[in-house]
Design a protein around this ligand. Structure first.
Ligand SMILES: NC(=O)c1ccc[n+]([C@@H]2O[C@H](COP(=O)([O-])OP(=O)(O)OC[C@H]3O[C@@H](n4cnc5c(N)ncnc54)[C@H](OP(=O)(O)O)[C@@H]3O)[C@@H](O)[C@H]2O)c1
Length: 253
């Protein structure tokens, strides 16, 4: 049983309390759903949208497959029509395992198809999302564009090996969004790009790998969401391009 520590109230002090426009959470998994629930407390005036593969275009939900260009093009059009000005974007989509792929324990398990699928979601997805949404970002207001990476994507911190496709795709995401941060510092200097590691969180993604962990090493999705928003709220556009853990600590690339 995973304990859910008390979540601190955080509405009145949030720098986002007066923000107007939209927020978009991409990914309808454990952390994505918890972020959607948590955001209205901190940003009560933003309209919160969610996008994911399982969603239908209805109300505040948008159908989106990050691995499909036509789907991204539809999102781009909707974003300009309905989501602009888009003040907060958090991409929580990620792929570690499904019915076809499992993280590799050794070289002999590496498969081209699994590498390609992992890169399509974990690396290319967030960058192509940024491309689709760029026109809906305001030029004259602070914007956060955050994406969930993973500590295992750190090259400097890789001491265990294994998980080739996921590690490499998250490392590639880090490089792609760091490069984006540098471009936007010139072209869209009010946008703060942040790569976030949520900590091991009890979702479908981590379920097969978290059994051996003590409950104290696991976060509920609700707690992970609050911690990630705590980190993000403190960031400024001048700090764009960082890779941070759930406690605000910088992770080596
Ligand atoms: N949980 C952890 O311990 C942990 C640790 C480190 C990093 N992370 C990262 O945190 C993020 C959120 O993970 P989570 O724990 O919330 O996992 P999750 O519950 O499995 O959610 C991941 C979501 O990504 C979506 N997704 C996958 N491929 C997609 C695509 N092509 N287009 C759109 N959405 C797609 C999945 O959609 P479907 O439902 O359609 O499959 C799923 O809803 C991921 O980036 C993950 O790598 C998690």
């Amino acid at each position: 049983m995973v304990p859910s520590p008390p979540i601190p109230p955080s509405s009145a002090s949030s720098p986002w309390r007066d923000w107007q426009g939209s927020a978009l959470v991409v990914g309808l998994g454990g952390i994505g759903r918890a972020l959607r629930q948590a955001l209205p407390i901190r940003a009560p005036q933003l309209r919160i949208w969610s996008a994911g593969r399982q969603a239908e275009d209805h109300g505040d939900y948008l159908q989106l497959d990050l691995a499909d260009d036509a789907s991204l093009a539809r999102l781009a059009a909707r974003a300009q029509e309905q989501l602009a000005p888009l003040r907060l974007v958090i991409c929580t989509a990620g792929l570690l395992h499904d019915s076809q792929i499992q993280p590799e324990k050794r070289l002999s398990q590496v498969q081209r198809g699994a590498l390609e699928r992992s890169f399509a979601v974990n690396a290319f997805g967030p960058l192509l999302l940024a491309q689709a949404l760029e026109a809906a970002l305001p030029r004259d207001q602070t914007v956060h564009f955050a994406s969930l990476s993973a500590r295992v994507g750190s090259i400097g911190d890789n001491r265990l090996g294994g998980w080739y496709a996921y590690r490499a795709a998250k490392a590639a995401q880090n490089q792609l969004l760091r490069t984006l941060a540098l471009e936007w510092q010139r072209r869209l200097p009010r946008v703060c790009v942040t790569l976030l590691h949520p900590g091991t969180t009890t979702t479908a993604l981590s379920a097969p790998f978290s059994q051996g962990l003590a409950a104290a090493q696991l976060f509920s999705p609700e707690r992970a969401a609050e911690q990630l928003l705590d980190v993000l709220e403190k960031r400024q556009p001048e700090q764009s391009g960082a890779f941070l853990a759930w406690d605000g600590q910088t992770i080596p690339w």
